[in-house]
Design a protein around this ligand. Sequence first.
Ligand code: WT7
Length: 689
Amino acid sequence: MSNTSRNEERTEANEAQIAVHWKEEQYFQPSQSFIDQANLRDPDVRTRFGEDNFPDCFREYADLLTWSKPYHTVLDTSHPPFWKWFTGGELNACYNCVDRHLEHYRNKAAFIFVAEPESDAPVAMTYQELYVRVNEMAALLRDFCGLKKGDRVTLHLPMTLDLPITMLACARLGVIHSQVFGGFSGQSCGSRIQDSGSRVLISTDAYWRSGKLIDHKVNADIAVQAAEALGQHVDQVLIWQRYPGKYSSPTPMVEGRDHFVNELLKQYAGRRVEPEAMDAEAPLFLMYSSGTTGKPKGCQHRTGGYLAYVAGTSKYIEDIHPTDTYWCMADIGWITGHSYIVYGPLLLAATSVIYEGTPTFPDVRRPWRIAERLGVNIFHTSPTAVRALRRAGPDEPSQCQQRFKHMTTVGEPIEPSAWRWYYEEVGKSQAVIVDTWWQTENGGFLCSTIPALDAMKPGSAGPALPGIYPVIYDDDGNEVAKGAGQAGNLCIRNPWPGIMQTVWGNDQRFIDTYYKRYCKNPDSTDWRDWPYMSGDGAMQAADGYFRILGRLDDVINVSGHRLGTKEIESACMTVPEVAEAAVVPVSDEVKGKVPEVYVSLTPDARDPAAAARKVVQACESIIGKIARPEHVYVVQDMPKTRSGKIMRRVLSAISNGRDVGDITTLANGSVVEDIRTQVDSARAAARKP
Ligand code: WT7
């Protein structure tokens, strides 16, 4: 790691240390009625999953699956950090999610789809119907597209039933799906098509968002073009129609390349496809995630370990029973949706709700009406959604009859006041809350309370999950003791079944990003020498609960999702007038953090305001609306070190209204005051009515 980034990290850790002086919160206890029905009530679980029983403890999770061939080894550590889980075993993800439930749950709803327009009644899809649809889609993918085991397919789908049907059809064939968040731009999708080497793109014509039927087909064209420019040819584009039989996009279909899925499916009516027996280590899917460098990483998740881990955590932490109606209000395009809308709930034969639209459409009571109408009893969302719903409608949840036994928060730290509103107003002081900490790389939850066994503490993610052994290291690799009141780098000492296998096509990046920094001995095949580095700052209280303080690296967590600062800076740099760009995270009341952009322009740039507008546009079209900068400041000069590095730390301090600290090492210290004056006056102007 370079010296500058080490220094930046130190600064962040110091801020983190300020944060730990927050007062300790009081505990909240789960209700007796929740405890009485919980899947996990046996406190012995912590011993069962203790280090003495590692890795065999995870057999308990593997037993939740149906294996077509039993595994012979729980964990193979012969080639660290490329762990192998449940080796020798074979299974099929789709069989486990669908086929095996037909005997008992054939006509129980697997999914309930809620369209954004409230005039459209919810649609329940039974396990039997899902089985039929997935088989027909698998037949199409195999026979029309010629896809087979190990091929990659990129999906760029919004939140409708077409998405899980497509994912499960891929899984049935052993095809690796790579779903790109529907809100990402066509260009983002294109670079992921290229990286994964997909020759088939599956998309849709349109979907509803905030009351508008959005043209999505246009993104498929941009994606194919972008992939092509990067050297990856796409020969088939499959388009699901939002309203089958009707084309809802103004963008023309491309003759010979584009096909309507629902048209093609007619040829495959009633077809059945045998689920492929997949090696436990066969990749199930890719999920791209932002890192510190410009290029998103394809997090490659395995079949056996991943499914075992999401089944176990869905059962014990989400407390899902087959009789539950469970609603995770995330997007399937993020890992949360893969693990806890599709795979986890289906593995447990639950009913999982899929909502197409914005939580606040047509009004902020919408989520509570949906929950009441469908009888949702487990609810899962992010602090961003909690803050937004609270701000716009603090009394709305009490106007509805939703009755949750269990609620989840995930993606960012939740401040205690937002937690209390969630608990008292949304959960009516009846529901237990789990604050689950994990990452795209992790497959499933790593820290959380066990809902029937542990007290809740607002603002803390709770202790480690069973079988997870975290440690906090300082910058020099010393362990920070619990209760020390000191923050550091949160790491996990051991491998677990949900951990990603590698970065798609880039083993070295996997090692460098997660294992290099704290590896004790690169020649060792003992997992104890290979702690996993999360990149998050955290502190552990005396009671063992972790308080997550946020990213220590150049990553901005916007609404619970990671964006790389370098990724956004590269987007800014595509504007010809921009000479230099620096992106910093700024605290935001609703979204947690938002990006602010500083740019300096080339000498011949004439119109700074126009350049700033182009920067915003570039971020939106290259990455997606989620990356939209809150402000773009066009500055005369960037604060720089003598070696010419932009001091993002100084810009970040200005953006967040903090003291800039020591700037004596800057080559051009005088620009700092100019920039601060500029930022302050821009802010003041923005606040004027
Ligand atoms: C980053 C991972 C997998 C969840 C969806 C986001 C932050 C996640 C919490 C939490 C505080 C949290 C971390 C982490 N984060 N959960 N409960 N409390 N922070 O997945 O996009 O991979 O982001 O989200 O900073 O590193 P992701």
